[in-house]
Write a protein that binds this ligand. Structure first.
Ligand code: GLN
Ligand code: ZN
Length: 732
């Protein structure tokens, strides 16, 4: 019989119990006991859930109070487990560990820092305790351990050679065996990244040492195709992500010495699996290996999906059955297992009905959207004129001083503002009152900016709780869950919009707010939009068409907004693409294709703008080195980037061999910190910027939006920013 397995379960709790337990613990309202109790309860619920669904291989040790990379660092003796939350969150005297994205997901892990001559010392309790807890419930579990290659690749600092981790891992595997584990899942997603032959040879040696341990090793790769050299490693089981990389199956079947775990249920998305389609690779594998060498699994840990779609009763009844969160995916795995030798017509009848309903629904097929996207031609991606003549036209229309000052969009989102949005949603505040309230906030922000002497103003975005959700809610093709939380990091969760169908814009989304804001001032008021790639990237998107097609549809919808803002008289329109870079595929070979269509979608969005309309874009990160060719191709009139923390060094990418030809606003004010930068400091940053980019192409702005900051610090920081710009203008 083929067996079913799960690589990891969501851990925040169906009602974000972990988040609330952590917050209460950090606030000193509850003690360590209660927090551990919550953890135990969540683990137990997950195991019992998987057992009830009939899953054969259930994970343990995948649960974490904050982050599994931090857990691993503590267990290996790299960090002191006594300082667990201090490492995660920092203290008054200590900075937290750096945090970064877990591969191409929206989960963030903490980056352990290794020191020269790093020593390791094992504390296996992170796994042995849950193993015993589960055993006490009569549930046999498979511990999930982050493998040495990936741990080392994700860490920073003075890294020791891979072999130096072997003893501590061998000891860990031994202790897990002693605690009752029969097999161990060794997660090595880095084996699916671009690894050199030398690295893979080194890994083969390390792995040969690890398999000596008295447990079966199940080597798990995901998010990308594993390097073919991995197939022949002497693992008891090899897991492959066949959702992301189905093409690797054939070669793996020829080479694996043990079981093959087929990741056929998408662990990164929320759609009901087409079970007939998922059975294809399963049938192939069973024919080749025999069913006892086949495991049926999700593509990766279910950490990246929410708990239960069944609870989403507020979602359109036609769409709801198309959704499968963790609970539904567990059921799918069981059905797939039964269908290997079972009566498929009976087992798959429901699934076939759902799959075909979704495929043919008018919600996923809007002929007008499809006709419009199908009719696009090369010229639709270009502005009417090249940058130099646009620049002339824009200067004729609006005259700005040298080193113009602006901000990135949002102003502080006070408790009052959040309450007003909440009350409107709950029906406790009428639309006219809500509008009056928001207009008053906009008026404040405009008055402030005029007082400060900022040149290009913003309305402050008080009506937006999130830069993607705000647009998703007004576009056709998006649904919103009530409980669809996924962990972003530690106690933080996000609830991504669900993009299920063809996207269109029934009516203008931002124009009336912009009009109101512009009516209050004679200075130019920027229109503020979120770009198509960022909307795509921060949503769960449909899996029944390529991402680029979905992105093109979003681009056309946002392009309509550009057209309407312009028609209303808007001079400067900013299209934020905060997530452009994070969409980069993990394997280098796929990156070029992605960046090409992503940039195309941005160009399509702003192409309708006339030459004398100034298009801004904003990207708040500072790694542009390999992206410059594509950033240039965006052809925005002005780009604002994060730069203060790198001391303007990020500008080197913009002035290298591929010089960025248009205008640039390198952020001078680090909005991640409450610290107010002094005029002198800001002036020095501007000088550094001027040394790299001609003054006639420089803008002066913060690193990102100000929504998480307090009014006091914002007022002071912007006062200093404007003063610094004035001083630089006066300097010769
Ligand atoms: N306009 C948005 C804001 O200012 C941009 C946010 C972002 O780039 N993350 O809040
Ligand atoms: Zn930003």
């Amino acid at each position: 019989m083929a067996r079913t397995a799960v690589l990891g379960l969501p851990r925040v709790g169906p009602n974000r119990e972990l988040k609330f337990a952590l917050e209460s613990f950090w606030a000193g309202r509850t003690g360590a006991q209660e927090l551990q109790e919550t953890g135990r309860g969540l683990r137990r619920a997950g195991w019992e859930r998987a057992r009830a669904a009939g899953i054969d291989v259930i994970p343990a040790g995948d649960f974490s109070l904050y982050d599994h990379v931090l857990d691993t660092a503590c267990a290996l003796g790299v960090l002191d487990p006594g300082d667990y939350f201090a490492h995660a969150r920092g203290t008054a005297t200590r900075r937290p560990l750096e945090m970064t994205k877990w591969f191409d997901t929206n989960y963030h892990y903490l980056v352990p820092e290794l020191v020269g001559d790093q020593r390791f010392a094992l504390d296996a309790s992170h796994w042995t305790e849950p193993l015993r807890e589960a055993a006490a419930l009569g549930i046999r579990t498979r511990p999930v351990v982050l493998g040495p290659l990936t741990f080392l690749a994700l860490a920073k600092g003075d890294k020791p050679p891979l072999e130096s981790l072997v003893p501590v891992y061998v000891q860990l595997l031994g202790e897990l065996a002693a605690a009752g584990a029969r097999e161990v899942q060794l997660d090595e997603p880095c084996l699916a990244l671009d690894r050199s032959p030398v690295e893979l040879d080194a890994y083969a040696e390390v792995f040969a040492a690890l398999v000596q341990a008295p447990v079966e090793l199940c080597l798990a790769t995901y998010f990308a195709p594993a390097d073919p050299r991995v197939f022949a490693l002497p693992a008891a089981e090899l897991h492959l992500d066949l959702v992301r990389a189905p093409q690797q199956l054939a070669a793996a079947l020829d080479q694996v010495p043990g079981r093959l775990s087929l990741g056929v249920v998408d662990g990164r998305n929320v759609w009901t699996t087409d079970l007939d389609h998922a059975l294809d690779p399963i049938d192939t594998a069973v024919a080749k290996l025999g069913s006892d060498r086949v495991t049926i699994a999700p593509s990766c840990s279910l950490l990246h999906v929410p708990y239960d779609a069944a609870r989403e009763t507020a979602i359109d009844a036609e769409i709801r059955p198309w959704l499968a969160f963790c609970g539904e995916k567990l059921d799918e795995l069981r059905i797939l297992g039964e269908a290997v030798d079972g009566d498929r017509d009976a087992l798959l009848a429901d699934n076939r009905a759902v799959t075909s309903a979704r495929r043919t629904s008018p919600l996923t097929n809007d002929p007008s959207v499809r006709t419009r996207a199908g009719a696009l031609s090369a010229g639709d991606y270009d502005r009417v004129a090249p940058y130099p003549s646009r620049r002339e036209a824009q200067r004729d229309r609006v005259s700005l001083p040298e080193l113009p000052t602006t901000t990135i969009g949002s102003f502080p989102q006070t408790a009052e503002i959040r309450a007003a949005r909440r009350d409107l949603k709950a029906g406790q505040l009428g639309a006219p009152e809500y509008d009056r309230f928001m207009q008053a906030r906009i008026a404040e922000v405009v008055a402030h900016q005029e007082q400060l002497g900022i040149d290009v103003l913003v309305h402050g975005e008080p009506e937006r709780n999130d830069m993607v959700e705000y647009f998703g809610e007004q576009l056709h093709g998006f649904a919103f869950s009530q409980f669809g939380w996924v962990q972003s990091y530690g106690s933080r969760c996000v609830k991504p919009p669900i993009l299920y169908g063809d996207v269109s814009r029934p009516e203008p989304m931002t124009v009336r707010w912009w009009q109101y804001a512009q009516s209050l001032t004679s200075r130019p008021m920027k229109g503020m939009l979120t770009g198509p790639v960022t909307i795509l990237q921060w949503s769960f998107v449909r899996d029944d068409q390529p991402r680029r097609e979905t992105c093109t549809q979003i681009a056309l919808a946002i392009a309509d907004e550009v057209t309407d803002l312009e028609a209303a008289g808007c001079f400067a329109i900013q299209v934020d693409e905060a997530a452009l870079r994070e969409g980069l595929p993990l394997r280098r070979g796929e990156q070029d294709d992605y960046v090409r269509w992503a940039v195309d979608c941005f160009r399509l969005t702003v192409a309708p703008a006339r030459a004398n309309t100034q298009i801004h874009t904003h990207m708040c990160y500072s790694e542009f080195n390999e992206m410059m060719e594509h950033i240039v191709r965006l052809d925005a009139d002005v780009i604002s980037i994060e730069a203060s923390r790198s001391g303007m060094e990020v500008l080197d990418a913009f002035t290298g061999s591929l010089e960025y030809p248009n205008e640039i606003g390198p952020g001078v004010y680090d909005i991640h910190s409450p610290r107010v930068p002094s005029v002198e400091e800001l002036e020095r940053l501007l000088e550094l910027a001027e040394a790299r980019v001609g003054r006639d192409r420089l803008w002066v702005n913060p690193d990102c939006g100000l929504k998480t900051r307090g009014w006091n610090e914002v007022r002071q920081a912007l006062t200093n920013m404007v003063a610094a710009a004035h001083r630089r203008r006066a300097a010769v």
